[in-house]
Design a protein around this ligand. Sequence first.
Ligand code: FCB
Length: 465
Amino acid sequence: MKPAFPSGFLWGAATAAYQVEGAAAEDGRSPSIWDVFCHTPGNTLCGDTGDTACDHYHRFPEDVELMRTLGLGAYRFSVSWSRVMPSGTEPINSAGLGFYDKLVDCLCEAGIEPFVTLYHWDLPNALQASSGGWLHADLPRRFADYANVVFDRLGDRVRFWLTINEPWCIVDGGYFTAQHAPGIEDPALGYVAGHNLMRGHAYAVAAYRASRHGTGAISFALNSNFAYPVSDSAAGQAAADRAVEGFAGWFGDPAYRGEYPSVMRARLGNLLPEFSEEDRELLRGSMDYLAVNYYTSDFVRHAVGAGPMEYERIPQPDRLHTETGWAVVPDGLRDLLLWLTKRYPELPVYITENGAAFADTATDDGEVDDQARIAYLRAHLDAASRARAGGVDLRGYFAWSLLDNLEWSHGFSKRFGLIRCDFETLERTIKASGHWYADVIRNARSQNHGIEAGTEQPVRGGVSG
Ligand code: FCB
């Protein structure tokens, strides 16, 4: 039987700086907008903050050892801009940058591919306070300057880069619902922030490609749900199509062809800013690969007047839901990957996040028999392999998350980890899902005659190599 995943497939797990690092005030790090948000009463469950989180900052050698135990081929983590440039701009904080240098060395020694995100939501608060953060037209340049510092220092060992994690979530949480930092509730501003995030992505990509180490692959992490119509009417199907175009296409289209989807332009009009000709040029082809974060899908119907896109989500009470209230829809992963590959052809694809929060119960020893998480991951890996069989050039998969961590405004209440973190003692224990994932990786490698992950596939592929 043909293996479901090819040799060289990257098997990884992911985290993000503010969710795991802790050491919030150490070695010159300045507060980010997420420190400020979490320290504002009422913003997070139980007032939880990332002050200590999983203490990954100090415990990374132990965490890399755990990754080795799981047999991971890659680790996706993010760099905290506030550590590297506490004021948001020069000067560089060498202790902060040095942390990532050590982490990358440690990963390389363990044979684990570092997959680096430059911005996982934690803008230095100084930039928010002085200029309104992503609402300011110059922020994209500041971001590219910061990115350049990181490329220069880590680029000799890092081959895979992501600029921005999930612009959609930044806009939705940060500017539509105020559930995330910076906690603004003004949709018109959200479109401006989203626009500048994509400009920042484009400028950082250009900086990378011009840099001395710029021969790896760079992209941004696009999150999207897929959407299914609840009725089989033509209007229902059109509503579902609009939902996907307005979600995946909102940021995917600019990064592929330098424009927002025409259906968004037609329906949102001036709410969507225009890219300049220079921006368009930098945006076009700014993804060396598609990086897809997937958790759930939507079931929608056409709804006149329900916002400019005129569709409405219909709850699915009969479906299994995770602890974050997201419906479990593995087929949505396959359908989203097929949709993306059709719309943005010739790009290799990596699933850069996929996973589930479930109410784990731990024994006194911290053991967790998380069969629900195993079922979730198994079903999504199966969907991913079906997408591959359907023509998607899928080259890697990252489970979210390596270990339980600060789930943003939910605080520590939602556990996504393959590894349990006891937030009192900070002790780590591999869950049943972690052992299961290690088996999946081992079996996949042995089916491919033991070829090590990440060694023989080209780093770049597709349109821009
Ligand atoms: C994604 C985020 C990630 C994590 C998961 C559950 O949207 O990128 O940091 O919180 O959701």
